[in-house]
Design a protein around this ligand. Sequence first.
Ligand code: PEP
Length: 260
Amino acid sequence: MNPEMRTRIVAGNWKMNTTPEEGKKLVSEMIPMIDDEIRGAVHAILIPPILHLSGLMSLFSNRKQSLSWGAQDCSAHSKGAYTGEISAEMLLSVGVSYILVGHSERRAYHNETNTLCRDKILRIIEAGGCPIYCVGETLQEREEDRVTPVIEQQLNEGLPELLWEKSLPLIIAYEPVWAIGTGKTASPHQASEVHGLIRHWLKTHASDQIADSTSILYGGSVKAENAAELFNMPDVDGGLIGGASLQSRSFVEIVKACVR
Ligand code: PEP
């Protein structure tokens, strides 16, 4: 497949920010800035706190726009006595299409392992959604020259074969931990190198066709100023944006920078 054919995606992870009212204001500012040209070229996914989802979707989903909705996490279980948890099926039932799995903040603060991520991915695919699986090395791992084994282990242990057996949708986000929320961005070359590694892993573990059609996003201090040079690198199909997705103008500038 020609890489030009892969879906270009920019996803905004709001993390634990904004009240529902602030969230509505943010989306209502973004929508008029996303014109037809951008709409046709880049798929934008908004990932607000779970509490905001139903309200935002009922207000904005029927308008002419190309926004899809994502959730920041889901349970590794289907249902039952898991107080405080939300299942993938519940999220899909209110209109969520994408669910983040293995974000570095969940790995670091909630001790999420690759195996737990795998269980979450299985729940998401059972529910009919698309996982956005986040992988990335810490600064120490990079300094110890362990980027390749760390990423490969995250892929080996986190991604169930069912994905390839049934050709199910998947997005992978490469997010170096040292670049998330720090203002330090991977250089375009560093990002492209790891994206190439992930694409190669997909070729050897899934198929050429899956490797060629899977969108791989870069995340880690992407801003309007550095987005284009990252998104123009080979194997970089868009971005997962944290801080800069909380301002309508900067998020829309980043979406525009993803247009080929
Ligand atoms: C993220 O949370 O996925 C992220 C990339 O954050 P930031 O853009 O703020 O570094």
